[in-house]
Design a protein around this ligand. Structure first.
Ligand code: FAD
Length: 259
């Protein structure tokens, strides 16, 4: 399964998406393209956001369930990424893909609202994994700083590094506490899009800051791909971009502040 929202012309302004579905008899005919789609290279089914009414802006967007064997559907190459090697990411193309009405998912014209309703859950999921990812590497880094010696002493005992590690553990645990409140709110069906945005941007910033320091604490070994810390650092970078960039998260929060 893959979720196709982002297009080559832009991902942040989702309401401006261009891939279109035009009614032809009883069928819909879909044309356009998507990019950066996780699992796009291997998915059998692509939930695709498509414009069904060019006049209605966000209310003219619908979701289609598009099987990968539909005539007119094709995939580009597997995109070459900086990190996240375990998942494939691809461009998808739709050329006169003809589908019956039953491929429309949910309400016609309700696609944008459905995405807005579900994106907070995705962003909370990102927040949880951002912090868990950084915490595990931080725990391993702490051990490294106890084992690795310089100037005759474990590097973690130098006051600079000791204070730095104290700060990094603090920032992880403070982030965890906020995310825990979001998980409880989500469980009750009360997580707001704004709180999910706060959890997403903050956790990805903490994750990237922590992992950058972890690389530094490993010295040259931290830059070697055979060390987990190096891969974690590469993998983390995208968390500030995907699922709605951190700038878009701050835009949502800023709007909630009445700005
Ligand atoms: C590895 C990976 C996997 C992905 N998986 C998926 C997927 O499965 N499905 C999917 O649909 N998408 C996926 N994406 C796409 C991702 O969600 C988009 O890359 C993201 O939303 C940003 O869109 P864009 O790349 O078009 O950047 P743009 O929208 O062109 O933005 C470029 C820059 O401008 C900034 N910007 C834009 N608008 C504003 C504003 N109003 N104020 C301030 N700054 C602004 C952005 O924050 C960004 O820094 C994936 C991306 C990557 C890298």
């Amino acid at each position: 399964l893959a979720i196709g929202m982002t297009e080559p012309s832009g991902g942040s302004d989702l309401a401006a998406l261009k891939t279109s579905a035009v009614k032809d008899g009883d069928d819909w005919v879909i044309n356009g393209s998507k990019t950066f789609i996780t699992n796009g290279y291997s998915a059998d089914l692509i939930i695709t956001a498509v414009r069904t009414d060019p006049e209605k802006g966000a209310r003219g967007i619908s979701l289609f369930a598009i099987p990968s064997d539909a005539p007119g559907f094709s995939r580009g190459r597997k995109l070459d990424k900086v990190g996240q090697d375990e998942s494939d990411t691809a461009e998808l193309f739709f050329e006169d893909v003809r589908l019956s009405e039953e491929h429309v998912l949910g309400e016609l014209g309700g696609g944008f609202i459905a995405m807005m309703q579900k994106l907070p859950q995705e962003r909370l999921g990102c927040a949880i994994s951002n912090v868990a990812h950084a915490k595990q590497i931080l725990v391993e880094t702490l051990q490294y700083t106890k084992d690795r010696k310089a100037f005759g002493a474990p590097i973690g005992t130098f006051q600079h590094n000791k204070f730095l590690l104290a700060e990094l553990f603090t920032s992880i645990e403070v982030a965890e506490a906020y995310i825990d409140t979001c998980v409880i709110a989500h469980d009750k069906g009360e997580l707001t899009p704004v709180d999910a945005a706060k959890a997403k941007w903050w956790s990805s910033q903490v994750q990237n800051d922590v992992l950058d320091h972890c690389v530094q604490l490993h010295g040259g070994y931290g830059f070697m791909n055979e060390y987990r810390v190096a891969r974690a650092w590469r993998d983390a970078r995208v968390s500030k971009i995907w699922a709605g960039s951190n700038e878009i998260m701050k835009e949502l929060i800023g709007r909630d502040l009445g700005l």
